[in-house]
Each structure stands twice: as structure tokens, then as C-alpha cells.
Design a protein around this ligand. Structure first.
Ligand SMILES: [Zn+2]
Length: 115
């Protein structure tokens, strides 16, 4: 269950930011888990919700976007949608596609409540 580890890293990162930036409460946290990131979004959400108690994220609305990953096909010299890491190009069926986006877990927005 690497989602638990990822959730721990996210909470630790936000807590470190809270100390550095002197905020105590997060209103909204928006994450992006690309379709190639290998993340079970339901498990990540569950892990996050189970560990935010007592942190600055306790009251935060957490959203997790799941954008379609994009790959680069060197054969067509074009960007194409990707579902799986080992997918062939949907236009020319060549391998491999090089992931351009959607292969990472990112924090998109962190909105802090003014106190
Ligand atoms: Zn192609």
C-alpha cells in the first residue's frame, strides 16, 4: 500500500509548509494523480482522511484530480493520450510512448484559511 506512504509524505510536507509560512489551518488541498502515476486514488483519499486529524489539514477539503496522461510518440512526432505505461501509440501502434504528463503525484493548490 504505497498510498499510505504517499499520504504520509503529503501531510508531512503540508505541516512543514505550515511551520515555515506560519499558517495553522488549510481550507483546501488539491492534488493531481496522473493516470500513469500508479496511484489508487480511493486508497490515497482514505489514507489521507485517516491521518489528517490533529494536523493543519483536519478541516481541509481534499480533492484529487485524475488527469489523462499524455505521451510523446517519436514516430508520429505528436502528443497522444496514454492509459498505461506500456501502451502503443493509438495512431501508429509504435512503441514506446514517452510520458509527458500524468505520471506524477503533485500538489496543485494549497489554500490556507486566514486566521
Ligand atoms: Zn505514433
Amino acid at each position: 500500500m504505497h498510498e499510505v506512504t504517499l499520504a504520509q509524505e503529503i501531510v508531512a510536507m503540508v505541516e512543514a509548509a505550515a511551520q515555515r509560512e506560519h499558517f495553522t489551518e488549510v481550507a483546501r488541498l488539491r492534488l493531481e494523480a496522473g493516470s500513469l502515476a500508479g496511484i489508487e486514488v480511493g486508497a490515497l483519499r482514505f489514507a489521507l482522511e485517516s491521518m489528517v486529524g490533529g494536523t493543519c489539514l483536519a478541516q481541509a477539503a481534499i480533492t484529487i484530480d485524475e488527469p489523462q496522461a499524455i505521451g510523446w510518440c517519436s514516430h508520429c512526432a505528436t502528443e497522444v493520450p496514454m492509459q498505461q505505461r506500456m501502451d502503443p501509440c493509438p495512431r501508429c501502434q509504435n512503441y514506446p510512448l514517452r510520458p509527458v504528463s500524468g505520471h506524477a503525484l503533485k500538489v496543485l493548490d494549497l489554500i490556507v484559511r486566514d486566521t
